[in-house]
Design a protein around this ligand. Structure first.
Ligand code: 8YV
Length: 318
């Protein structure tokens, strides 16, 4: 393999340790230098040719501007809403991400959260541990099999969720920018209409300005008092204040949430709600999938610096 050891790479986020170790072995690696000592960063910034970051990381135009030698931003994640792609493109900086390798994992997590929120599995676990079973059975929960599932976003992961839901005998409908003629599911152009026709609403659409607060108070109202919301996309897609109010008032029945507006900070009012299942953005977080993401994120950097075609550039950079 060509010698890449004189290439300076900046990690813009805490990285998966095995990925970081590989970057450290291969490149001149600088761990989040832009967040620390300003003088040290100013010294290294002109030499940085690559940024490595995660799906939820922020790579704003202001950071890109401070890196005059930057050539590529490799995102370890499928979502790249935190990267200012327009600013990158304007400078000729390529942006890559890690699609496909995490489809199964995120779809599994969505189904897991749906089951946990409906069947109250985390609460059931607490019920046994706290000895409450001795005083009588737990309250009854909600059936999943055969229910109506609405999917907000019918991309690769949305389709993987739908495939799994079919095995539960669920009826599937979705909203997306446009109907996908090849799919046998009902399409709703409007998310309110989709919520009205759903018992479970699963959010798996890209984050960013275009989908900010797509799931708002009206959508939650339409989902209704027996409805359950699952979000495995980005916290920004759901109006979190409206969600908290809907959960507190019983406008919807419950939620399973893997992502939050200001993660890792989760509002106390959400934490206080027993019918909400919370997860710390673990959608893709298994050893096997994180390794596959690391291989692809690294593969993109290696391809760029050895003059090969990028493996998975974001659509804007193709
Ligand atoms: C993160 C994700 O990338 O793929 C995405 O878009 O949100 C996650 O898989 C992961 O947490 C590492 O940053």
């Amino acid at each position: 393999m060509s010698d890449l050891s004189s290439i300076d790479v900046l990690a813009a986020a805490r990285l998966f340790p095995a990925y970081q170790a590989h970057l450290e072995k291969t490149f001149r690696f600088h761990d989040r230098l832009h967040e620390g000592d300003a003088a040290a960063f100013a010294e290294v910034a002109p030499r940085i040719r690559a940024v490595a970051c995660g799906g939820e990381s922020k790579v704003p135009g202001a950071l890109i501007e401070r890196l005059p030698a930057l050539e590529i931003i490799s995102v370890f994640g499928v979502g790249y809403d935190g990267v200012d792609v327009a600013a990158a493109k304007a400078r000729g900086v390529m942006v890559t991400h890690t699609p496909n390798v995490l489809n199964d994992e995120v779809a599994d997590t969505a189904i897991g959260l749906m089951l946990c929120a409906a069947r109250q599995l985390p609460a059931a676990d607490r019920y046994v541990r706290e000895g409450r079973w001795l005083s009588g059975p737990m309250p009854l929960s909600r059936k999943v099999s055969g229910a109506r599932l609405g999917i907000v976003g019918m991309g690769r992961i949305g389709q993987a969720i739908a495939q799994r839901a079919l095995a539960f005998g669920m009826t599937i409908a979705y909203t997306a920018r446009s109907a996908k003629a090849e799919l046998p599911y009902a399409y709703h152009a409007d998310v309110v209409a989709l919520a009205e026709a759903s018992d479970f609403l699963v959010v798996i659409t890209p984050g960013g300005a275009g989908t900010r607060h797509l799931v708002n108070a009206r959508v939650l109202e339409a989902l209704g008092p027996d409805g359950i919301l699952v979000n495995v996309a980005r916290g920004s897609v759901v109006d979190e204040q409206a969600l908290i109010e809907a959960l507190e008032r019983g406008t919807i029945a419950g939620a399973g949430l893997d992502v939050f507006a200001d993660e890792p900070r989760v509002p106390e009012r959400l934490i206080a709600l027993p019918h909400v299942v919370l997860a710390p953005h673990i959608g893709s977080a298994t050893v096997a999938t994180r390794q596959a993401m690391a291989d692809l994120a690294f593969g993109n950097l290696r391809a760029h610096f050895t003059g090969q075609p990028l493996l998975t550039p974001v659509p804007e950079c193709r």
